[in-house]
Design a protein around this ligand. Sequence first.
Ligand SMILES: [Ca+2]
Length: 207
Amino acid sequence: MVISNIYTKKYFKILFNAFAIREGHDNTSSSIEQHKSSHRDPMKHSFGDGAKTSETQSACHPNTSDRPTEMGDKKVIFSAVAEHGGPYGPFNTDKTVVFNTVITNLGGAYNNTTGIFSAPVAGFYYFTFFYHAGGEHKSVLLLFKNCDLIVRTSDHKTSSDTADNGGNAVFVQLQKGDEVYVSLAKDSHVWADERHTTFSGFLVTQL
Ligand SMILES: [Ca+2]
């Protein structure tokens, strides 16, 4: 029994050593493979195998995890038409155009009873306005941000040019609560019927 125990211990010791050597060899191979892997073509390393490191992520894909939860999630889109049964103006003073028929108003930032868009969040927005008008009066539309003129469109009174179509568009930075609207200049007119004269906008990106 004693002899048998000695041989048994030796046998297991040999097995243990063999196993340790094998594991060491495997670990070494694994390390080499990992080393090779980390020194592949840099383009492949960054983009080819999907192995994003913290370095590549910060350089190519800024970490946005610390943004406020709502950042980038807000959606604001609107389009509305001025439908007032025909001529709109001229008036003896500037007048905010009420685009009363809403086509789209995602986010509810456009008020179709006042014609005023109120920015629900700070960001860059894009606005367009288009009109149709006859030539018997001038047509001057002004896009305002609060009390500041941003862009405009103009056409002059003429008897030779009986129908006009015009418009303008702009990217503009707004703070939360800023108001944007289209004003019809004094003594101007547009045609407010049959889906001609529109005001649209959307949030491009939050800040
Ligand atoms: Ca004209």
